[in-house]
Design a protein around this ligand. Structure first.
Ligand code: 5GP
Length: 201
């Protein structure tokens, strides 16, 4: 499981979508949320948009692998698709906040193998201008997200990797390098045991 977190507007959604496009073994987890749909967002693609009551029902039925209240809205990861993809040998990418990252890391059983990356914006002014140019949120929401950025940023040291998103193509290269190195870890290359045995007779 590859978790990407960042303050809102640092570019993580763009990066995660591009990353899964380039690697057929990576699958993006689609979260449920109670926030309203932004212009251009598609239900079932960007998020599954649901009412608070339905979300709470999913919590009660233990259907969520993790969930959190972010900017006054609920966001959560459905358990079943993730377990299905992992069982198929796929790697799953999550665009979630620090609360979700902590909960995934604490999971026991079939979903405990987490690699986490914290993505930083190049500067505070760049972060603000990205939030504004996105032009999808109201001014009060942009201000609230700027103030929340500080709280999100304070969790950077809980992540395995940290990077600055100066330029999309360069950042994609960095993320691909992280994925490649993680896949090469001895503990993940269980298939190679037999190969090594064959080499030594
Ligand atoms: P946005 O409303 O801008 O799409 O997302 C707001 C924040 O919620 C982002 O930091 C995003 O990563 C986080 N988020 C999105 N989906 C989930 C989820 O399923 N769980 C958690 N914990 N956070 C999420």
């Amino acid at each position: 499981m590859l978790v990407l977190s960042s303050p809102s507007g640092a570019g993580k959604t763009t990066l995660s979508k591009k990353l899964v496009e380039l690697d057929s073994n990576l699958i993006m987890s689609t979260s449920f949320t109670t926030r309203t749909k932004r212009v251009g967002e598609k239900d079932g693609q960007d998020y599954h948009f649901v009412k608070v009551g339905d979300f709470k029902e999913m919590i009660g039925e233990n259907q969520l692998l993790e969930y959190a209240l972010v900017f006054g809205n609920y966001y959560g990861t459905p358990r079943l698709p993730v377990e299905k993809y992992l069982a198929q040998g796929k790697d799953v990418v999550f665009d979630i906040d620090w609360q979700g990252a902590q909960q995934l890391a604490q999971q026991k059983g079939s979903v405990e193998d987490v690699v986490s990356v914290f993505i930083l914006p190049p500067s505070a002014s760049e972060l603000e201008s990205r939030l504004k140019s996105r032009n999808q949120d109201s001014i009060s929401e942009v201000e609230s997200r700027m103030s929340q950025a500080a709280s999100e940023l304070s969790h950077y040291d809980e992540y395995n990797y940290i990077m600055v998103n100066n330029e999309i193509e360069e950042s994609i290269k960095t993320l691909k390098a992280i994925v490649k190195a993680e896949r090469l870890k001895t503990s993940r290359q269980t298939d190679l045991h037999k190969f090594v045995e064959s080499l030594t007779g």
